[in-house]
Design a binder for this molecule. Structure first.
Ligand code: NAD
Length: 322
């Protein structure tokens, strides 16, 4: 188990992260074994076939379930859609935690779980407490940087967990990303991720509002973008993810390809929902987050296509007159 890594959840993000993790690990140390697992078995076998094509002789296997993945490796990385999936993979029978409990205590304590899913802070904390009670180390390590960052290996990891677990996780995370930030104890990485994404979610709506208003007042979109990006309104939503085609010279924003790729509106709605869920319990009012969430939800209700498109497509909804 010491020279083996298991990766569970090989979707848009997980497949890119696992590819970088495994290939960089192979470059570091030979004779490493890799195990992949996904709820859709073909997803895992496709990944494993592709990896073998790129790295002849790579020792890679498909695990049928989280139990097999846990028995195989001391390091287990998970990248799943959200809270129910994490509960299922960690907590349910045949999951990681019941399997850890069945291991000899030395094997359990050598195990490190890294969960990079963006999920509910309390669920993340509960799962980490259970994994630690079973003897393992665990960190929550949600990411910022999207599919492009996952592919390029430039992700930022926002990490929650003990100093010891952070120390064990860092060398592994550095094979998939560039910035690894220890945010505090278990759940802190998730808290940081949710706070960052609510800033982003609100900013993207307000940039869309300003870009639309400016054009309707006769401004050229590239002039307006240049003004905002050189003034106090400057932010990522305007300078990188500007929602108006032609507004940015780089022409690399999702709006230039009909809002394909990027960060799906459905995921933004999920992240804003996670913030709203903890807002009451923590006594922190989130009036703008709540308003932005309603705008995205209504945009998707009017046009289901926008759910999969980049969240900057909220501009299209405003443009059509809400
Ligand atoms: P995705 O839906 O593409 O991938 C999720 C994968 O998990 C799928 O392959 C699915 O089959 C698998 N899965 C689901 N349930 C499972 C189970 N019980 N056992 C094993 N596998 C299971 O999602 P994604 O875009 O890769 O996002 C993953 C996480 O990263 C989400 O929490 C998301 O919010 C976060 N995130 C995504 C982006 C992005 O740009 N896509 C950016 C930052 C963070």
């Amino acid at each position: 188990r010491a020279k083996s890594i298991s990766f569970i959840g090989l979707g848009r993000m997980g497949s890119e992260m696992a590819y970088n993790l495994f290939s960089n690990r192979m470059a570091d140390t030979s004779h490493f074994r890799f195990v992949v697992c996904d709820a859709v078995p073909e997803t895992a076998s496709r990944f494993s076939d592709n990896f073998r094509k790129h790295f002849r002789g790579a020792n890679i296997a498909v695990a049928a379930n989280p139990e097999e993945a846990t028995l195989a490796s001391e390091t287990i990385v998970t990248m799943l859609p959200s809270s129910p999936h994490v509960r299922q993979v960690y907590h349910d029978s045949g999951g990681i935690i019941p399997t850890l409990r069945s291991l000899p205590s030395a094997d359990a304590s050598n195990t490190l779980c890294i969960d990079s899913t963006t999920l509910d802070v309390q669920v993340g904390r509960d799962v980490a407490a259970e994994a630690e009670a079973a003897g393992a180390g665990m960190v929550d390590a949600p990411v910022s940087g999207g599919v492009t960052g996952a592919k390029a290996g430039t992700l930022s990891f926002l990490v929650g967990g003990s100093k010891a677990s952070f120390g064990r996780a860092s060398p592994i995370l550095s094979l998939m990303g560039q910035r690894i930030i220890h945010c505090g104890p278990a759940g802190s990485g998730l808290a940081a991720k949710i706070c960052n994404n609510l800033v982003l979610g609100v900013q993207q709506v307000v940039v869309a509002e300003a870009m639309l208003l400016g054009q309707r007042l006769g401004l050229d979109p590239s002039t307006l973008a240049r003004v905002i990006n050189n003034s106090t309104g400057a932010c990522w939503a305007s300078s990188v993810n500007n929602p108006v085609p032609g507004a940015l010279a780089a022409k690399s924003a999702p709006c230039e390809r009909d809002f394909e790729g990027g960060f799906a509106t459905a995921l933004m709605i999920k992240d804003l929902g996670l913030a709203m869920d903890v807002s009451k319990a923590s006594g922190s009012p989130l009036p703008l987050t709540s308003a932005a969430e309603r705008v995205y939800v209504e945009a998707v209700r009017r046009d289901g296509e926008l759910a999969k498109k980049d969240f900057s497509s909220v501009y299209r909804y405003l443009e059509r007159g809400m």
